[in-house]
Design a protein around this ligand. Sequence first.
Ligand code: KG4
Ligand code: ZN
Length: 338
Amino acid sequence: MNDKYILALETSCDETSVAIVKNGYQEIASVIMSQVNEHEAYGGVVPEIASRTHEKNITWALEKVLTDANLRLKDIDAIAVTYGPGLIGSLLVGLMVAKTLAWLNDIPLVPVHHIAGHIYASNLETKMPFPLMALVVSGGHTELIYMKEDYSFEKIGGTLDDAVGEAYDKVARLLDLGYPGGPIIDQRAQKGDDNYDLPYPLDDDSFNFSFSGLKSAVTNLIHNEKQRGNTINKDDLAHSFQKRIIDVLAKKTIKAMQIYQVNNLVLVGGVAANSSLREELKNRCQNEGFHFIVPKVINCTDNAAMIAAAGYFALQLNHCFDEKMVAKSVCELTSENE
Ligand code: KG4
Ligand code: ZN
């Protein structure tokens, strides 16, 4: 079979990214332009600033990736692009560039669901073995997805309120730790101990998650300690908060794998960059005899290489429907419409 080069664009949130991946697994070139500095002063992503920054950066990223790969557009077999979910103005920038490139150069256009992209980041690590369970943890998502085969997605559980990354970012804000909160809490937690009595979030028999109660418990604890004139030990609070989250994520993921009789776990999404979560799931999988796959940290947070990897498989299955040619701020990941 001929080699296939997929060029992908990812602009769903606050990273402008363009990448070229060969045959769905080999990263040829990748550019990720983070907008952290633009949004830092506001303590979160400002949608208007995000779309304007994508518009400013995207042509530079595109040219850079082609130069780094030493390829021209005529060498590209398909353009993959994130169509949703995400910030609508940001998605539109990537989608319009992708449409223009595809139309002008007569290249197939493959719309990719952002979560399918996160999952396929693991294919950049090793050929994904099936069936598998994917734990997707990011700023916008917390989902357990069962995959029988390539591009077959069955959501078996998800968050009922906040996404796990959202909870990290909010708690970091409560503790005045800066933005984005996930990596900072990750570091601070390593210096602390489990000295705060926080509740375990939705520790039940379902595969669903809930993090807003835990976030409220942290809010109340900070408030009460301040009223009593006590100082908060931020390292300990970060540790206790993170421990509750990791315990419940790990427990439910392993249980889901046992019930669905799956031996392969992929951990993906921005929060998959978390060192303790990676460690905990690696150990639990080792104990159970499960195969554990996690992308390198740079491919956990938003990037276009993961979209290119997913796009390769979507292209093979001819999943290039017209309805997907429009940006969608909210959309479920299902097998039927992929
Ligand atoms: O996947 P991503 O880049 O964007 C979304 O699709 O949401 O994920 C970003 C999220 C943010 O909430 C960020 O705080 C979190 O991932 N994150 C982390 C870590 N690195 C990034 N959370 C915990 N520990 C980390 N090391
Ligand atoms: Zn993401």
